[in-house]
Design a protein. Structure first.
Ligand code: TYD
Length: 139
């Protein structure tokens, strides 16, 4: 996991079904579009626009993050390189594998971030200290 780079972080398009009678859109996530089995689902909402979320990396957890409503930015960092990705389409999710530091900010009013996760919650799977994360990536 420590060799993972930001190249392993990918936008995945979620199939979208546009209603022929103009009744809106429907997107569906089936197991074939994400490369892990889902063991947990959680979501962030009521996030003030000046808040930061994330600020951690995972040892084993893989995640797929979807801006169900509104938009926010995700900064991803592998210890060598980083980049910012704007998520603002409910049919485009971000696959963040283990071994990648992430920070989220610039949440729009009313935005909702849905996260599909490959493992149940485990605090010992987190790197919450950036320097410890860098040490791990050097090994
Ligand atoms: P955290 O993962 O740090 O949130 P974020 O990355 O969005 O800033 O989690 C925030 C708090 O919620 C932390 O105390 C752990 C707890 N938590 C759970 O109990 N279960 C979960 O599935 C998640 C994701 C977090």
């Amino acid at each position: 996991m420590n060799e993972r780079s930001i190249e392993n972080v990918k936008i995945i398009s979620i199939p979208k079904i546009v209603d022929e009678k103009g009744r809106g859109k429907l997107s569906v996530i089936e197991k074939s579009i994400i490369p892990f089995e889902i063991k947990r689902v959680y979501y962030l909402y009521d996030v003030p626009s000046d808040s930061f979320r994330g600020g951690h990396a995972h040892k084993n957890l893989n995640q797929f993050m979807i801006p169900l409503s509104g938009s926010f930015e995700v900064k991803i960092d592998d210890g060598h390189n980083n980049k910012k990705i704007m998520l603002n389409k409910p049919n485009q999710g971000l696959l963040i594998p283990s071994g990648i530091w992430r920070e989220m900010d610039n949440f729009s009013a009313g935005s909702v971030c849905l996260v599909l996760a490959s493992e149940v919650f485990d605090e010992s799977d987190y790197f919450r200290d950036y320097n410890s994360f860098l040490e791990y990536k050097k090994k």
